[in-house]
Design a protein around this ligand. Structure first.
Ligand code: NDP
Ligand code: GDR
Length: 372
């Protein structure tokens, strides 16, 4: 009876070794992000850090610091708790991309880096083509060579754009024909097909996210939504009177960037690589954005907006509205923030910013034309 007791109760307890008693700890995944200092890069970094990832970002050397969007999550790399690490590199520099992919050994690579302004791409077409199109090819090649020489699995995400649809009317989905209308959009089409080609030719786990416009309080200040909300904040506190814009008739499917980075990650968690559209399926003109945002703070946009032809583009994209049916069904992705909420979030953010600016202006630390 005593032997039975030993075998049945005591032995199983003694034979459990310490590591078997420890809770299962998944190995930390590493992500490498180009464009980490941009709007999406900062949201994706926050998202991945919350998931327990170690996040590596490639930043460009600039004469002023360009890491403002990351400051709230930055921890000095000398501290062991630092899980975000930044490295100098550029999508125009293949050797740097190779070096960082090989030394970091990421599990997931997110290619978000780009000269991402459509209007600017008409003025800097060559550079835009190099960074957006050939840059993606350089990074894919760095990942391919790394996989080939190490046998590791590395997943790749390409930041594709609804601008690739250009002149093709809505609703646009994964089967819609591309008709790009700017050097930026043409370069994104090249990046899209480089990604498809690396998937087909080398069996790489490479996905294209075809993302419709997504905005936030961190949106670059020369994109139309942020240009408007920033001006509203400054008009409201008396730092500015006029806002100069271009084409008000264009329609965009505007979502919230925080929702879209989750979709990027979900694409890389699937069994098979594929391409997905992320969109709200709701579209508004620039004029409707003006109406909603100015009236939110009790202003009439017509009292402040003037048209400046220099903001017209040589060829415009008139109407974008996506269908995210595939992402909803296969990824379980859903945009949470809708148009009115997005506008309110951006106006509120810029009102707060303008109030702080006003304090500095009134105290004589800056003049009203300066950026804080
Ligand atoms: P941003 O313009 O905010 O950020 C672009 C990022 O790319 C910045 O970190 C920028 O660095 C970096 N970058 C620019 N040039 C280079 C270069 N030569 N080498 C390496 N990095 C470079 O863009 P978003 O965050 O809004 O967009 C992220 C990606 O998604 C982009 O590829 C964009 O084209 C694409 N996209 C965006 C959509 C949107 O609505 N936001 C919709 C569809 C696609 P720095 O800070 O130094 O300028
Ligand atoms: P977009 O965004 O070109 O859609 O590209 P942007 O906000 O620049 O333009 C949207 C629409 O507004 C019109 N517009 C103006 N645009 C700007 N920037 N400034 C103005 O003063 C102005 N007045 C009117 C534009 O003509 C356009 O029709 C964004 C970028 O994030 C890309 O990187 C991304 O791929 C696409 O969204 C999806």
């Amino acid at each position: 009876r005593e032997i039975n007791l030993f075998i049945g109760i005591v032995w199983p307890i003694l034979s459990v070794r310490p590591f078997e008693m420890a809770p299962e700890i998944a190995p930390v995944k590493k992500a490498l992000i180009t464009g980490i200092t941009g709007q999406d890069g900062s949201y994706l970094t926050e998202f991945l850090l919350k998931k327990g990832y170690e996040v590596h970002g490639i930043i460009r050397r600039s004469s002023n610091f360009n890491t403002q969007r990351l400051e709230h999550i930055y921890i000095d790399p000398h501290q062991s708790s630092a899980r975000m690490k930044l490295h100098y590199g550029d999508l125009s520099d293949a050797s740097a991309l190779r070096k960082w992919v090989d030394s970091i050994c990421p599990d997931e690579v997110y290619n978000l880096g780009a000269q991402s302004h459509v209007g600017v791409s008409f003025e800097n077409p060559d550079y835009t083509g190099d960074v957006v199109g050939t840059g993606a090819l350089r990074l894919l090649e760095a990942v391919r060579i790394h996989i080939e020489s190490t046998g590791r699995q590395v997943k790749y995400y390409q930041a594709g754009s609804s601008e690739m649809y250009g002149a093709t009317p809505p609703p646009q989905d994964e089967t819609t024909v591309f008709h790009p209308r700017s050097p930026y959009a043409v370069a994104k089409v090249a990046a899209h097909f480089y990604t498809v080609n690396y998937r087909e030719a080398y069996g790489m786990f490479a996905c294209n996210g075809i993302l419709f416009n997504h905005e936030s309080p961190r949106r670059g200040e020369n994109f139309v939504t942020r240009k408007i909300t920033r001006a509203i904040g400054r008009i409201k506190v008396g730092l500015q009177k006029k806002l100069f814009l271009g084409n008000l008739k264009a329609s965009r499917d505007w979502g919230f960037a925080g929702d879209y980075v989750e979709g990027m990650w979900l694409m890389l968690q699937q069994d098979k690589p594929d391409d997905y559209v992320l969109a709200t399926e709701d579209s508004h003109t620039v004029e409707e954005f003006l109406e909603e945002s100015f009236s939110y703070v009790g202003l009439n946009w017509k009292d402040h907006v003037e048209i400046d032809p220099r903001y017209f583009r040589p060829s415009e994209v008139d109407n974008l509205r996506g269908s995210a049916k595939k992402a909803k069904e296969l990824l379980g992705w859903e945009p949470k923030v809708q148009f009115k909420q997005l506008v309110a979030m951006m106006v509120d953010g810029d009102l707060e910013k303008a109030k702080r600016e006003k304090v500095l202006v009134d105290a004589g630390f800056m003049d009203s034309h300066q950026q804080p």
